[in-house]
Design a protein around this ligand. Structure first.
Ligand SMILES: C[S@@+](CC[C@H](N)C(=O)[O-])C[C@H]1O[C@@H](n2cnc3c(N)ncnc32)[C@H](O)[C@@H]1O
Length: 202
């Protein structure tokens, strides 16, 4: 997938299209995370969450994205700021779990992945998460159609409640269904419908 505005932002270390601050869920729940936890940021983009966690002293962060420019930008940021994040250019479909994680994050990614693929990935991520570990997922649902910039790529939008069903047997710490407004250079003010799930393996 190539969204031009993303490509431009990923090549520019001074611009963070998705914001330079971490997602609010990260800062709200950070008190639950241990600095020694193994963390995986799925579809990390240019790293607003992974870079924030590295700066906070989290020691073991793996982050991957399908976009080599996004991953390259994180690597430049890590070099210039002396941070450690293990990056990989790969996709949700191809990522191979080689260890157990305590925290698996995915913000704004799975709706870009074929539904059968993201569901299979979540199952693998669950199997490779330690008991007590946490998953945080934010993704669009199909109650509002995708905007023109992402429509060709938004192939895996969730049905309302679908995400939650995958976490049967986990403690659901938070499940939200909400809409929010956004404006990009190429797309006038528009709305997205989103789900957010925070769940703990028990
Ligand atoms: C809206 S951005 C969000 C980036 C980051 N998670 C954040 O919150 O800033 C979506 C990201 O998903 C990545 N992506 C899309 N499809 C992917 C796939 N199949 N595997 C891995 N990453 C993917 C894109 O390259 C992009 O960086």
């Amino acid at each position: 997938m190539k969204v031009q505005a993303w490509e431009d932002a990923f090549k520019d270390d001074s611009t963070f299209l998705f914001g330079s601050a971490p997602n609010r869920t990260i800062t709200e729940l950070e008190h639950l995370f241990d600095k020694k936890w193994s963390i995986l940021d799925v579809g990390c983009g240019d790293g607003k969450n992974a870079v924030y966690l590295a700066k906070q002293g989290f020691e073991s962060i793996d982050a991957f994205d399908i976009n080599e420019n996004a991953v390259g930008k994180i690597e430049r940021i890590c070099t210039s700021q002396n941070l450690r994040i293990n990056t990989q250019v790969t996709s949700v479909n191809d990522f191979v779990f080689e260890k157990q994680y305590d925290l698996v994050l995915s913000f704004g990614v799975y709706h870009f992945v074929d539904k059968a693929e993201w569901k299979a990935f979540i199952k693998k991520a669950q199997d490779n998460t330690r008991v007590g570990g946490i998953h945080i997922i934010q993704m669009f649902n199909d109650s509002i159609p995708p905007t023109s910039d992402i429509a060709p790529f938004a192939i895996g939008m969730a049905k309302e409640g679908e995400l939650c069903e995958l976490y049967e047997g986990w403690e659901i710490i938070q499940y939200l269904s909400y809409t929010f407004e956004e404006e990009h250079p190429d797309v006038p003010l528009h709305k997205h419908a989103s789900n957010k799930l925070v769940a703990r393996k028990i």
